[in-house]
Design a protein around this ligand. Structure first.
Ligand SMILES: [Zn+2]
Length: 416
């Protein structure tokens, strides 16, 4: 069987035919396949896509295709120029590659598919290509998918922020969190009001006004923009963000107290207790359980903060917004008397956002609390895996690629 036969099976073009195949290179063998335009076929203008009379032929170009038997495969083709009646003299368009790209579309999709399973650097190593080419392929796949994606019928979104570049800068991420479809919709730099306004501008007024639920944390710029752009939606402050804030407050209390105890020369009871205090008690290991029990016997500020947080977990188990509200008021009063500054700060902001907090109970059953948290973890993992992402653009593309659930074209043959 000839290689030509296989190529015609996996990727056939109407107006072009495969010609001779050559094995070239000694140390790194590669396959080169000649491609010719069918006799009498007229080139198509790359601007208006209409066919026209040929003008001249350019020198032969190499287009990289999906590798075979560990060897790189190239199409050799001399592009023609068209004397287009509308656009003038233009290079023709070919069905296997875009514009000036050296990679065929199929190869770019092939690399992009692997880039969902491996890091970009690993994909480049495995297929003997460069990081840059893998990035361009993923970028192509993301741009294609975002042009094709369906945005109708979105009822629930979650807004989240994430730190990047060693924690100095933020990204705003917006997810669709409907039961039937969960995906990353949008990424923006910073976490300002301006950032979220950009999301709503992209999303469009009609779709924004069709939203029923919006989940976010207590970040003021977000609250302001949501109230302005989608006031009809039930705005919910979600559990994940609130509990994450409490964990941060406990950590502050613990760090300050540990330092103080050390300075006063006391026994270092708080050493290595960070995770004991941040985990839910039911998630502690067998070794950690008795350690936590011992720690809780001390009358420490850290312990008091921890107990306040654990007590607050009870809030989420209410069914009625009314009784949840009563509990919230009692908890805030008690915490404001605690003399634990970081916890008091949380109590004050919970009190301030009481109606939005109680919306959680009004939406109960319709939204899963774990969705935004799950996405947040996956997004962090993507950023961590991506040590090559020095630019914002590369990071944005990686997030859309892994979390966007973007559509892909249908091919007659799948390479991977
Ligand atoms: Zn034209």
């Amino acid at each position: 069987m000839q290689l030509k036969t296989i190529l015609n099976r996996v990727q056939k073009h109407r107006s072009f035919v495969y010609g001779a195949t050559y094995l070239v290179g000694q140390t790194q063998p590669a396959l080169e396949v000649e491609v010719r335009a069918r006799a009498n076929s007229r080139p198509r203008c790359s601007v208006c896509k209409r066919s026209g009379p040929g003008y001249d032929t350019l020198p032969t170009r190499r287009f990289e295709f999906v590798p075979l038997w560990g060897m790189r495969v190239f199409f050799l083709y001399a592009m023609r120029r068209v004397a287009c009646t509308r656009c003038g003299v233009r290079v023709e368009t070919v069905p296997w590659a875009q514009g000036k790209h050296q990679l065929t579309d199929r190869y770019a999709w092939f690399l992009a598919t692997w880039a969902k399973r491996l890091s970009w650097q690993e994909v480049a190593e495995v297929f003997h290509t460069t990081w840059e080419k893998v990035f361009r392929s993923v970028e192509m796949a993301v741009e294609w998918g975002r042009r094709q994606q369906e945005l109708s019928g979105i009822e629930a979104i979650g807004i989240d922020e994430i730190q990047w570049q060693r924690g100095h800068r933020y990204l705003t991420l917006v997810y669709q969190i409907d039961e039937r479809c969960r995906r990353l919709l949008w990424v923006g730099q910073e976490r300002k009001a301006k950032t979220l306004l950009r999301f709503f501008r992209w999303f469009g007024t009609e779709r924004s006004l069709a939203l029923k639920f919006i989940c976010s944390d207590m970040w003021q710029p977000y609250l302001k923009v949501v109230a302005k752009k989608a006031s009809q939606a039930l705005h919910i402050l979600d559990r994940f963000h609130i509990m994450a804030k409490m964990s941060k407050a406990i950590d502050e209390v613990r760090a300050a107290e540990a330092k103080e105890l050390k300075a006063k020369g006391y026994e270092p009871v708080l050493t290595n207790t960070r995770w004991l205090l941040l985990k839910r008690p039911e998630n502690l290991s067998q070794k950690q359980e008795p350690r936590l029990a011992e720690l809780l016997q001390y009358n420490l500020r850290t312990v008091r903060a921890y107990l306040l947080k654990e007590d607050f977990q009870f809030f989420w188990s209410y069914v009625s917004p009314y009784w949840a509200g009563e509990f919230l008021d009692r908890w805030c009063t008690r915490t404001l008397r605690s003399r634990l500054a970081p916890m008091k700060k949380i109590a004050r902001s919970l009190r301030e956002h009481r109606p939005l907090l109680l919306n959680w109970f009004r939406a109960k059953g319709t939204l899963s609390s774990g969705t935004v948290e799950g996405f947040n973890n996956k997004a962090k993992l993507t950023l961590r895996k991506a040590y090559g992402f020095r630019t914002y653009r590369a990071m944005e593309i990686a997030l859309y690629h892994t979390l966007g659930a973007l559509p892909e074209p249908e091919f007659t043959h799948r390479f991977c």
